[in-house]
Design a protein around this ligand. Sequence first.
Ligand SMILES: Nc1ncnc2c1ncn2[C@@H]1O[C@H](COP(=O)(O)OP(=O)(O)O)[C@@H](O)[C@H]1O
Ligand SMILES: [Mg+2]
Length: 279
Amino acid sequence: MLITVTAFAHHKGGTGKTTTCLQVAGFLVKSGRRVLVIDTDPQANATLGLGIHPDTPARNIYHYYSSQNSPDTDPVSLASLIIRTISNIDLIPSHLDLVGAESLLYQNPERYEILAREVASLKDRYDHILIDTPPFLGQFLLNGIIAADRTVIVFSPDSFALNGYENIRLILSDIEEILNKKIQIKMAVLNRWSLPVSEQSFFSKISARFTRQTKSDQTEEIKHILEDQMKREVGLVIQVPESQQVGLSNRRGMPLAFSHPEDPAAKAFEQIAQALDQG
Ligand SMILES: Nc1ncnc2c1ncn2[C@@H]1O[C@H](COP(=O)(O)OP(=O)(O)O)[C@@H](O)[C@H]1O
Ligand SMILES: [Mg+2]
């Protein structure tokens, strides 16, 4: 099997990147794959979502990045940071300290390749390496994307405007220019795709244009426009419904694959895991 490295990305927070990364990791592990999650977001939500308090591990991804930049410190290897979590997903944890490593990187001419360099050396240990990236356009997002073979973009209704994909495409082409690397977008995940209209700020703005239709007609129409656009641009598009179980699972540190595999959102995450596993 081909070992793959996948980054989960979107430049906005709260779209479901971390959730998708962890839930997909759960299904991959359940099907017998060896999975490593690398948390590269200082908010450390992937770390928390796997049941690890960021203060608990003695070292985290901050130590990797900062040691790569300082000639006075012994390099800390990525491999030395790996911990096994209760769901048998391996994790390289993050910590708020990571914020402090960003400015150190500016001096480093190879700053975009720091993660990629050692991720490559972990490929013989895992079937899948999943990288959770932060919701801002900085060094850690760029490092995550360049270390990955492919990127999954996670959208939520709130993150969309009708030009939502154009925005992200522009950002990605800027990144491609900086990195001099073509970004392989594997799929678009349309997360929380079944929110009631009243809770969707974007949908409610757009729906004013369709005044003669019922609210649910409007929602369906807008969703179809966006889905069609994604299908044209990205090819593979998977929808994930809203589910209360998602938040509970994140808080418990236990993926739905193990606690509620029949939940409709879990089924969607399983489909994403299968698509990633097929290469
Ligand atoms: N499909 C879903 N159903 C219900 N809640 C969700 C769903 N996806 C994400 N959430 C919740 O939305 C919040 C933001 O998700 P998260 O994955 O942390 O976003 P990001 O990593 O993009 O910032 C979290 O509280 C998470 O539990
Ligand atoms: Mg996140």
